[in-house]
Ligand binder design. Structure first.
Ligand SMILES: O=C(O)CCC(=O)C(=O)O
Length: 364
Protein backbone atom coordinates (compact mmCIF):
# COMPACT_ATOMS: atom_id res chain seq x y z
CA UNK A 1 0.00 0.00 0.00
CA UNK A 2 1.24 3.46 -0.74
CA UNK A 3 0.00 6.95 -0.22
CA UNK A 4 0.16 9.87 -2.57
CA UNK A 5 2.03 13.05 -1.83
CA UNK A 6 2.31 16.12 -3.95
CA UNK A 7 5.78 17.51 -4.55
CA UNK A 8 6.61 20.93 -5.89
CA UNK A 9 8.95 20.78 -8.86
CA UNK A 10 9.95 24.32 -9.71
CA UNK A 11 6.69 25.81 -11.00
CA UNK A 12 4.87 22.59 -11.75
CA UNK A 13 3.17 20.08 -9.48
CA UNK A 14 3.30 16.37 -9.90
CA UNK A 15 2.20 13.25 -8.13
CA UNK A 16 4.80 11.24 -6.33
CA UNK A 17 3.48 7.76 -5.77
CA UNK A 18 5.88 6.88 -3.01
CA UNK A 19 5.62 3.19 -2.30
CA UNK A 20 5.32 2.97 1.44
CA UNK A 21 3.75 -0.50 1.54
CA UNK A 22 6.57 -2.57 2.93
CA UNK A 23 7.65 0.30 5.16
CA UNK A 24 4.33 0.45 7.00
CA UNK A 25 4.59 -0.81 10.57
CA UNK A 26 2.14 -3.46 11.79
CA UNK A 27 -1.22 -1.99 12.82
CA UNK A 28 -1.46 -0.79 16.40
CA UNK A 29 -5.19 -1.40 16.77
CA UNK A 30 -6.74 -4.74 15.96
CA UNK A 31 -9.59 -4.40 18.42
CA UNK A 32 -12.43 -3.93 16.03
CA UNK A 33 -14.61 -7.02 15.81
CA UNK A 34 -14.82 -6.70 12.04
CA UNK A 35 -11.11 -7.31 11.75
CA UNK A 36 -10.64 -10.02 14.30
CA UNK A 37 -13.65 -12.02 13.12
CA UNK A 38 -13.28 -11.21 9.46
CA UNK A 39 -10.71 -11.57 6.77
CA UNK A 40 -9.50 -7.99 6.64
CA UNK A 41 -6.29 -6.97 8.28
CA UNK A 42 -6.32 -3.48 9.72
CA UNK A 43 -4.29 -0.81 7.96
CA UNK A 44 -1.90 1.41 9.87
CA UNK A 45 -1.63 4.96 8.58
CA UNK A 46 1.21 7.29 9.44
CA UNK A 47 1.43 10.90 10.57
CA UNK A 48 2.46 11.69 6.98
CA UNK A 49 -0.86 10.28 5.69
CA UNK A 50 -2.73 12.38 8.26
CA UNK A 51 -0.80 15.51 7.33
CA UNK A 52 -1.18 14.85 3.61
CA UNK A 53 -4.97 14.91 3.93
CA UNK A 54 -4.79 18.21 5.81
CA UNK A 55 -2.12 19.86 3.62
CA UNK A 56 -3.19 18.66 0.18
CA UNK A 57 -6.85 18.02 0.89
CA UNK A 58 -6.64 14.42 -0.27
CA UNK A 59 -4.62 11.26 0.22
CA UNK A 60 -4.63 8.16 -1.95
CA UNK A 61 -4.17 4.78 -0.29
CA UNK A 62 -3.17 2.30 -2.95
CA UNK A 63 -4.53 -1.25 -3.01
CA UNK A 64 -6.77 -0.71 0.02
CA UNK A 65 -9.70 -2.80 -1.26
CA UNK A 66 -8.87 -6.45 -2.01
CA UNK A 67 -9.27 -7.70 -5.59
CA UNK A 68 -12.08 -10.11 -4.69
CA UNK A 69 -14.25 -7.27 -3.44
CA UNK A 70 -13.61 -5.22 -6.56
CA UNK A 71 -14.51 -8.26 -8.68
CA UNK A 72 -17.78 -8.69 -6.71
CA UNK A 73 -19.00 -5.13 -7.15
CA UNK A 74 -17.95 -5.08 -10.79
CA UNK A 75 -19.91 -8.28 -11.47
CA UNK A 76 -22.90 -6.75 -9.68
CA UNK A 77 -22.65 -3.63 -11.90
CA UNK A 78 -22.58 -5.87 -14.99
CA UNK A 79 -25.74 -7.64 -13.82
CA UNK A 80 -27.44 -4.28 -13.21
CA UNK A 81 -26.56 -3.19 -16.74
CA UNK A 82 -27.87 -6.46 -18.17
CA UNK A 83 -31.11 -5.99 -16.27
CA UNK A 84 -30.71 -9.27 -14.34
CA UNK A 85 -30.36 -7.43 -11.02
CA UNK A 86 -32.19 -4.36 -9.81
CA UNK A 87 -33.44 -2.60 -6.67
CA UNK A 88 -35.96 0.15 -5.86
CA UNK A 89 -34.81 3.44 -7.36
CA UNK A 90 -32.43 1.90 -9.91
CA UNK A 91 -33.07 3.10 -13.49
CA UNK A 92 -35.54 0.77 -15.15
CA UNK A 93 -34.38 -1.36 -18.01
CA UNK A 94 -36.65 -2.45 -20.77
CA UNK A 95 -35.20 -5.67 -22.11
CA UNK A 96 -36.21 -4.68 -25.62
CA UNK A 97 -33.66 -1.85 -25.43
CA UNK A 98 -30.41 -2.24 -27.29
CA UNK A 99 -27.30 -2.69 -25.18
CA UNK A 100 -26.21 0.84 -26.13
CA UNK A 101 -29.53 2.29 -24.98
CA UNK A 102 -29.33 0.43 -21.67
CA UNK A 103 -25.81 1.54 -21.02
CA UNK A 104 -26.66 5.25 -21.30
CA UNK A 105 -29.42 4.89 -18.71
CA UNK A 106 -26.78 4.24 -16.08
CA UNK A 107 -24.40 6.99 -15.22
CA UNK A 108 -24.49 6.82 -11.41
CA UNK A 109 -26.72 5.40 -8.66
CA UNK A 110 -27.21 7.39 -5.47
CA UNK A 111 -27.64 5.91 -2.00
CA UNK A 112 -28.25 2.36 -3.08
CA UNK A 113 -26.85 1.24 0.30
CA UNK A 114 -30.40 1.71 1.58
CA UNK A 115 -31.82 -0.75 -0.93
CA UNK A 116 -29.03 -3.17 -1.90
CA UNK A 117 -26.62 -5.21 0.22
CA UNK A 118 -23.64 -4.78 -2.14
CA UNK A 119 -23.70 -1.00 -1.79
CA UNK A 120 -24.05 -1.24 1.98
CA UNK A 121 -21.11 -3.65 2.07
CA UNK A 122 -18.95 -1.10 0.27
CA UNK A 123 -20.14 1.90 2.28
CA UNK A 124 -19.30 -0.02 5.47
CA UNK A 125 -16.16 -1.67 4.13
CA UNK A 126 -13.89 -2.39 7.13
CA UNK A 127 -10.80 -1.17 5.29
CA UNK A 128 -12.39 2.18 4.39
CA UNK A 129 -13.76 2.69 7.89
CA UNK A 130 -10.43 1.77 9.43
CA UNK A 131 -8.72 4.53 7.44
CA UNK A 132 -11.45 7.07 8.23
CA UNK A 133 -11.12 6.34 11.95
CA UNK A 134 -7.47 7.27 11.72
CA UNK A 135 -7.93 10.32 9.51
CA UNK A 136 -11.15 11.77 10.91
CA UNK A 137 -11.64 10.34 14.41
CA UNK A 138 -13.13 7.20 15.97
CA UNK A 139 -16.85 8.02 15.67
CA UNK A 140 -17.91 7.52 12.06
CA UNK A 141 -21.36 8.14 10.58
CA UNK A 142 -21.90 6.78 7.05
CA UNK A 143 -23.98 9.26 5.08
CA UNK A 144 -24.02 8.69 1.37
CA UNK A 145 -23.03 6.21 -1.31
CA UNK A 146 -22.64 6.82 -5.03
CA UNK A 147 -21.83 4.19 -7.60
CA UNK A 148 -20.45 5.57 -10.86
CA UNK A 149 -20.79 3.66 -14.12
CA UNK A 150 -19.40 6.57 -16.19
CA UNK A 151 -19.74 4.93 -19.56
CA UNK A 152 -17.75 6.08 -22.59
CA UNK A 153 -18.92 9.56 -23.57
CA UNK A 154 -20.65 10.29 -20.27
CA UNK A 155 -19.92 13.69 -18.70
CA UNK A 156 -17.85 14.53 -15.65
CA UNK A 157 -18.73 16.92 -12.85
CA UNK A 158 -17.46 20.52 -12.71
CA UNK A 159 -15.84 22.20 -9.69
CA UNK A 160 -17.67 21.62 -6.46
CA UNK A 161 -17.19 21.11 -2.73
CA UNK A 162 -18.89 18.00 -1.36
CA UNK A 163 -19.82 19.78 1.90
CA UNK A 164 -22.02 22.03 -0.21
CA UNK A 165 -24.27 19.05 -0.87
CA UNK A 166 -23.94 17.32 2.50
CA UNK A 167 -23.90 19.76 5.42
CA UNK A 168 -22.47 18.51 8.72
CA UNK A 169 -22.21 20.82 11.73
CA UNK A 170 -19.44 21.15 12.68
CA UNK A 171 -18.22 20.35 9.20
CA UNK A 172 -16.39 17.01 9.43
CA UNK A 173 -17.26 15.59 6.02
CA UNK A 174 -14.80 13.22 4.37
CA UNK A 175 -15.15 11.24 1.15
CA UNK A 176 -13.71 7.86 0.17
CA UNK A 177 -13.57 7.35 -3.59
CA UNK A 178 -12.84 3.75 -4.60
CA UNK A 179 -11.57 2.98 -8.10
CA UNK A 180 -13.43 -0.09 -9.38
CA UNK A 181 -11.84 0.10 -12.81
CA UNK A 182 -8.66 1.98 -13.67
CA UNK A 183 -9.28 5.74 -13.63
CA UNK A 184 -7.12 7.71 -16.05
CA UNK A 185 -7.04 11.25 -17.39
CA UNK A 186 -8.62 9.94 -20.58
CA UNK A 187 -11.57 8.16 -18.97
CA UNK A 188 -12.37 10.87 -16.39
CA UNK A 189 -10.38 10.46 -13.17
CA UNK A 190 -10.68 12.99 -10.32
CA UNK A 191 -8.79 16.29 -10.46
CA UNK A 192 -8.04 18.24 -7.30
CA UNK A 193 -7.04 21.82 -6.60
CA UNK A 194 -4.27 21.09 -4.14
CA UNK A 195 -4.70 22.91 -0.81
CA UNK A 196 -8.14 24.32 -1.63
CA UNK A 197 -9.69 22.52 1.36
CA UNK A 198 -8.75 25.63 3.38
CA UNK A 199 -11.43 27.56 1.51
CA UNK A 200 -14.72 28.16 3.29
CA UNK A 201 -17.81 26.62 1.87
CA UNK A 202 -19.44 28.72 -0.85
CA UNK A 203 -23.07 28.06 -0.01
CA UNK A 204 -26.18 27.91 -2.09
CA UNK A 205 -28.64 30.79 -1.82
CA UNK A 206 -31.23 29.98 0.85
CA UNK A 207 -29.14 27.19 2.38
CA UNK A 208 -29.36 28.07 6.05
CA UNK A 209 -27.27 25.15 7.18
CA UNK A 210 -24.00 26.58 5.93
CA UNK A 211 -23.86 29.46 8.36
CA UNK A 212 -20.26 28.71 9.34
CA UNK A 213 -19.06 30.57 6.24
CA UNK A 214 -21.93 32.99 5.62
CA UNK A 215 -20.48 35.59 7.95
CA UNK A 216 -17.38 36.14 5.77
CA UNK A 217 -17.75 39.26 3.66
CA UNK A 218 -16.51 37.83 0.36
CA UNK A 219 -18.30 34.48 0.51
CA UNK A 220 -20.80 34.61 -2.32
CA UNK A 221 -23.99 32.68 -2.97
CA UNK A 222 -23.05 29.87 -5.26
CA UNK A 223 -25.66 28.49 -7.59
CA UNK A 224 -23.39 27.03 -10.26
CA UNK A 225 -21.57 24.24 -8.38
CA UNK A 226 -20.74 21.18 -10.53
CA UNK A 227 -21.37 23.18 -13.70
CA UNK A 228 -18.93 21.81 -16.24
CA UNK A 229 -18.14 25.08 -18.01
CA UNK A 230 -15.58 27.06 -15.93
CA UNK A 231 -16.90 30.27 -17.50
CA UNK A 232 -20.23 29.60 -15.79
CA UNK A 233 -19.03 27.82 -12.64
CA UNK A 234 -18.44 30.55 -10.03
CA UNK A 235 -16.00 28.31 -8.16
CA UNK A 236 -13.54 28.28 -11.07
CA UNK A 237 -12.12 31.66 -10.01
CA UNK A 238 -11.55 30.33 -6.47
CA UNK A 239 -10.06 27.11 -7.84
CA UNK A 240 -7.51 29.16 -9.83
CA UNK A 241 -5.81 30.17 -6.58
CA UNK A 242 -4.49 26.59 -6.29
CA UNK A 243 -2.52 24.24 -8.55
CA UNK A 244 -4.52 21.43 -10.14
CA UNK A 245 -3.46 17.78 -10.29
CA UNK A 246 -5.03 14.71 -11.81
CA UNK A 247 -5.39 11.76 -9.46
CA UNK A 248 -5.37 8.58 -11.54
CA UNK A 249 -6.14 5.37 -9.66
CA UNK A 250 -5.92 1.61 -10.11
CA UNK A 251 -8.73 -0.76 -9.11
CA UNK A 252 -8.74 -1.07 -5.32
CA UNK A 253 -7.05 2.30 -4.70
CA UNK A 254 -9.04 4.64 -2.48
CA UNK A 255 -8.78 8.43 -2.53
CA UNK A 256 -9.84 10.09 0.72
CA UNK A 257 -10.65 13.77 0.48
CA UNK A 258 -11.79 16.71 2.56
CA UNK A 259 -15.37 17.97 2.22
CA UNK A 260 -14.30 21.48 1.23
CA UNK A 261 -11.67 20.65 -1.40
CA UNK A 262 -12.43 21.97 -4.88
CA UNK A 263 -12.39 19.10 -7.31
CA UNK A 264 -13.87 17.98 -10.60
CA UNK A 265 -13.79 15.23 -13.19
CA UNK A 266 -13.96 15.38 -16.98
CA UNK A 267 -16.03 13.35 -19.42
CA UNK A 268 -15.06 9.79 -20.22
CA UNK A 269 -13.32 10.22 -23.57
CA UNK A 270 -12.17 6.60 -23.78
CA UNK A 271 -13.88 3.47 -25.03
CA UNK A 272 -14.06 1.80 -21.62
CA UNK A 273 -16.29 2.56 -18.61
CA UNK A 274 -14.72 4.31 -15.62
CA UNK A 275 -16.31 2.71 -12.59
CA UNK A 276 -16.05 3.98 -9.04
CA UNK A 277 -17.79 3.87 -5.67
CA UNK A 278 -17.84 6.95 -3.44
CA UNK A 279 -18.81 6.92 0.23
CA UNK A 280 -19.30 10.03 2.35
CA UNK A 281 -18.81 10.06 6.11
CA UNK A 282 -18.61 12.48 9.00
CA UNK A 283 -17.79 12.49 12.66
CA UNK A 284 -20.84 10.86 14.26
CA UNK A 285 -20.85 13.72 16.80
CA UNK A 286 -21.71 16.26 14.07
CA UNK A 287 -25.31 17.37 13.61
CA UNK A 288 -26.49 16.33 10.13
CA UNK A 289 -29.36 18.37 8.66
CA UNK A 290 -29.48 16.23 5.50
CA UNK A 291 -31.34 13.12 4.45
CA UNK A 292 -30.34 12.32 0.87
CA UNK A 293 -32.41 15.25 -0.44
CA UNK A 294 -35.58 13.88 1.17
CA UNK A 295 -37.53 15.83 3.75
CA UNK A 296 -37.70 14.39 7.25
CA UNK A 297 -39.89 14.73 10.29
CA UNK A 298 -38.94 17.78 12.30
CA UNK A 299 -36.95 19.36 9.47
CA UNK A 300 -39.03 22.53 9.59
CA UNK A 301 -38.44 22.71 13.35
CA UNK A 302 -34.67 22.56 12.88
CA UNK A 303 -34.27 18.89 13.87
CA UNK A 304 -31.38 16.93 12.40
CA UNK A 305 -31.51 13.79 10.28
CA UNK A 306 -28.77 11.79 12.03
CA UNK A 307 -31.27 9.01 12.69
CA UNK A 308 -31.23 8.08 8.98
CA UNK A 309 -27.49 7.49 8.84
CA UNK A 310 -25.65 4.38 9.96
CA UNK A 311 -23.20 4.48 12.86
CA UNK A 312 -20.24 2.78 11.22
CA UNK A 313 -17.64 3.01 13.98
CA UNK A 314 -17.41 4.28 17.54
CA UNK A 315 -20.33 5.91 19.28
CA UNK A 316 -22.45 9.05 19.34
CA UNK A 317 -24.60 11.04 21.72
CA UNK A 318 -26.84 11.72 18.70
CA UNK A 319 -29.25 9.35 17.00
CA UNK A 320 -28.20 6.91 14.29
CA UNK A 321 -29.58 4.12 12.11
CA UNK A 322 -28.70 0.44 11.91
CA UNK A 323 -27.71 -1.00 8.53
CA UNK A 324 -30.57 -2.33 6.36
CA UNK A 325 -28.72 -5.54 5.40
CA UNK A 326 -26.86 -6.34 8.61
CA UNK A 327 -23.35 -5.45 7.48
CA UNK A 328 -21.19 -5.57 10.64
CA UNK A 329 -20.63 -2.09 12.07
CA UNK A 330 -20.80 -0.19 15.36
CA UNK A 331 -24.58 0.31 15.18
CA UNK A 332 -24.99 -3.46 15.65
CA UNK A 333 -22.43 -3.84 18.41
CA UNK A 334 -22.97 -3.47 22.10
CA UNK A 335 -22.18 0.09 23.20
CA UNK A 336 -18.84 0.28 24.91
CA UNK A 337 -18.97 3.54 26.83
CA UNK A 338 -15.82 5.53 26.45
CA UNK A 339 -14.48 6.95 29.70
CA UNK A 340 -15.19 10.65 29.68
CA UNK A 341 -14.21 13.48 31.94
CA UNK A 342 -10.54 12.54 32.35
CA UNK A 343 -8.52 15.68 33.03
CA UNK A 344 -4.95 16.24 32.09
CA UNK A 345 -3.25 18.71 34.40
CA UNK A 346 -1.79 21.69 32.64
CA UNK A 347 1.72 22.54 33.80
CA UNK A 348 1.69 25.82 35.73
CA UNK A 349 4.31 28.45 36.29
CA UNK A 350 5.37 29.33 39.86
CA UNK A 351 3.85 27.19 42.58
CA UNK A 352 1.64 25.36 40.09
CA UNK A 353 -1.62 26.72 41.51
CA UNK A 354 -3.97 28.34 39.06
CA UNK A 355 -5.79 31.42 40.30
CA UNK A 356 -9.41 30.53 39.67
CA UNK A 357 -10.70 33.94 40.76
CA UNK A 358 -12.60 36.25 38.44
CA UNK A 359 -10.66 37.26 35.35
CA UNK A 360 -9.83 40.95 35.21
CA UNK A 361 -10.03 42.36 31.71
CA UNK A 362 -8.12 45.62 31.34
CA UNK A 363 -10.00 48.26 29.41
CA UNK A 364 -8.00 50.59 27.24
O1 LIG B 1 -16.39 10.37 -10.01
C1 LIG B 1 -16.61 11.45 -10.54
O2 LIG B 1 -16.52 11.59 -11.76
C2 LIG B 1 -16.96 12.65 -9.72
C3 LIG B 1 -17.02 12.31 -8.27
C4 LIG B 1 -17.03 13.48 -7.37
O3 LIG B 1 -16.73 14.58 -7.72
C5 LIG B 1 -17.40 13.27 -5.97
O4 LIG B 1 -17.60 12.12 -5.55
O5 LIG B 1 -17.52 14.27 -5.24
Amino acid sequence: MASTEIQTQSDSWSLNLASAGSARPPPKTQENACFTKGRYEAVQLSVTDYRTLREQGFVKIEGLIPEDDIRDISAHMNRVLEGSETAPGFPTIDLSMSEAERVVRFSRIHNAHRVHAMHERFLLHPRILNVIEQLNGPDVLALQSMTFFKQPGQPGQGYHQDSYYIPTLPNTLIAAWVAISEATEENGCLWFRVGSQVEPLYPQTENEFTYESRSLEDVFDNNTASEDDPKINQLAAIADRYPEVACPAKPGDVIFFHGNILHRSHANCSKIPRRAFAGHYCDARSFVPWNTNNRWEGMEQGKGANQYHVLARGDSHLQFATPSFGTPCAALEERRPRVVGGQIDMPMAGDGKMDMGPVQVARQ
